[in-house]
Ligand binder design. Structure first.
Ligand SMILES: *[C@@H]1O[C@H](CO)[C@@H](O)[C@H](O)[C@H]1NC(C)=O
Ligand SMILES: *[C@@H]1O[C@H](CO)[C@@H](O)[C@H](O)[C@H]1NC(C)=O
Ligand SMILES: *[C@@H]1O[C@H](CO)[C@@H](O)[C@H](O)[C@H]1NC(C)=O
Length: 446
């Protein structure tokens, strides 16, 4: 717990600073993307026999409470209140027009009985489970085809108790792909706020084929060595806003995706209109990532005011041969990095394939990427831009970037290949492929 508190402390400090900043300037927020709903109708999990003793299995209580919400259809929807206590349960489905409200001290805890965990179909844009062929385990908290759902409260906790799953991964005994902690499929008007997500078996929050999703003031925590515990992965989604959150996990802090190789190309659903703002994060892998599964395309992404520390790669755009898809109009600005293996990486050779049927001629297109106002200290290598020979990355613009090394004032040089673009006031100087341009020039190249 102490370790956890020391980890969230920088977040609290960051948020406090933001709050004092907001007195000076109007702070942009996600407000308005999803209409706010006040729920007159309120029920408590205890009305359905819920027991928060940490031992009683509450699956029936959750399913019955949600069944009641779904079938009674109260005007304006219903709030399901989770009082303080530890509510152990198997996975469950949410329904439309509901708020799952976790009081202060409320914990919804996933059972570790992996044998009875339900299986669902693979995502069509992945063709199979992400880590094992065939179906995949349903997410702990699941929503398919929903609208108007809120998960919020007073910073109660959703605890995936993922260690049994991580151990199955380590011992290679997983039969199917591990469950995400929270997943919304084909859904719209979703708000997730003021909740702590802890120890997800796999990715933490996975909105997929969804639109109008707002995630703010959340804390996501998983040990650094926990496998694939990505923070938030918007996947073939539009209009997603993630802000004012602290994310410390074992894999990418935020990764925007859109399907995997031939399956993602056939499904053809891009991720577009995604804002990532005022996030503090740490991870042995990437901070702000696009990819590597980007076969439906990723465009119109803005990440700004991001603080990353003890991170593998600060800003990472990753794709591969066979992915296809277009990655374009990506802006990353105002990023602080402290202690990273690499500051910035844009590469066309990252990630694995679902099977041998991927098309080696399906080359991704990466263009119109702007990265500006990045400050880093203790960065082992400033950057790497490695395009694809027959599909070079174009309109890559870097400006006002200063990345200091582990010891000296400058980190070791960039490496570039198969890339065309511009750079302005970048230290250390990136590479000859990015010719120098006038101040504020990124706009002229997008
Ligand atoms: C939950 O949703 C999944 C996927 O939509 C479905 O397969 C499953 O039957 C649902 N489970 C319950 C208990 O309703
Ligand atoms: C919950 O946590 C967020 C983010 O750390 C913080 O901004 C908010 O004030 C907290 N809310 C409550 C009710 O404690
Ligand atoms: C590029 O993306 C931004 C969001 O970051 C959006 O506001 C803008 O309209 C997009 N530009 C084009 C030409 O689509």
């Amino acid at each position: 717990m102490l370790r956890f508190l020391t980890l969230i402390f920088p977040c609290l400090v960051a948020i406090a600073c933001l709050l004092s900043d907001s007195a000076l300037a109007q702070v942009e927020t996600c407000t308005g993307i999803v209409p706010f709903r006040y729920r007159n109708d309120k029920i408590s999990i205890t009305d359905f026999g819920g027991v928060g003793d940490g031992k009683t299995l509450n699956t029936k209580a959750f399913r019955e409470a949600i069944y009641r919400i779904q079938h009674l259809k109260r005007r304006g929807g219903t709030l399901l209140y989770i009082p303080p206590g530890v509510y152990l349960t198997e996975s469950f489905n949410l329904t439309s027009h509901m708020t799952l409200y976790l009081a202060q001290g409320a914990v919804i805890k996933a059972t570790q009985d992996t044998r009875s965990w339900p299986l669902i179909a693979p995502l069509p844009s992945y063709g199979r489970g992400r880590e094992r062929p065939g179906g995949r385990y349903m997410s702990f908290i699941h929503g398919d085809g929903l609208r108007d759902v809120v998960i919020t409260g007073e910073n109660g906790t959703i605890d995936g108790q993922g260690d049994v799953w991580w151990n199955m991964w380590r011992q290679r005994t997983l039969l199917f792909t591990r469950p995400n902690l929270v997943e919304f499929l084909n859904s719209e008007n979703i708000i997730i706020s003021n909740v702590i997500f802890k120890n997800s078996p796999f990715w933490n929050i996975h909105p997929v084929y969804s639109s109008n999703v707002v995630i703010h003031h959340v804390t996501i925590w998983a040990p650094r060595d926990s496998p694939n515990t990505d923070g938030v992965d918007p996947d073939s989604c539009s209009n997603v806003c993630i802000e004012d959150s602290f994310i410390s996990t074992g894999d990418d802090v935020v990764a925007v995706k859109s399907g995997w190789d031939e399956y993602g190309i056939a499904y053809g659903r891009p991720s577009t209109g995604i804002i990532i703002r005022r996030i503090t994060g740490t991870s042995p892998f990437s901070g702000i990532a696009i990819g590597s599964e980007t076969s439906g395309g990723v465009e119109n992404i803005l990440a700004e005011h991001v603080t990353l520390y003890d991170v593998g790669v600060g800003i990472h755009i990753k794709t591969n041969i066979g992915r296809g898809g277009v990655i374009r109009n990506i802006t990353v600005s105002s990023v602080h990095i402290e202690n990273a293996r690499k500051g910035i990486k844009i590469a066309g050779d990252v990630g694995d394939h679902p099977d041998d049927s991927f098309n080696p001629n399906a080359l991704p297109i990466v263009k119109d990427i702007t990265i500006k106002n990045v400050w880093g200290v203790k960065v082992m290598q400033a950057g790497l831009i490695q395009g694809i020979k027959d599909s070079p990355f174009t309109q890559i613009c870097l400006s006002d970037i200063n990345l200091q090394g582990m010891t000296g004032p400058r980190s070791p040089p960039w490496k570039c290949s198969d890339v065309v673009g511009a750079a302005h006031q970048v230290s250390p100087w990136p590479c000859s492929e990015l010719s120098s341009h006038e101040p504020g020039s990124c706009a002229n190249y997008s």
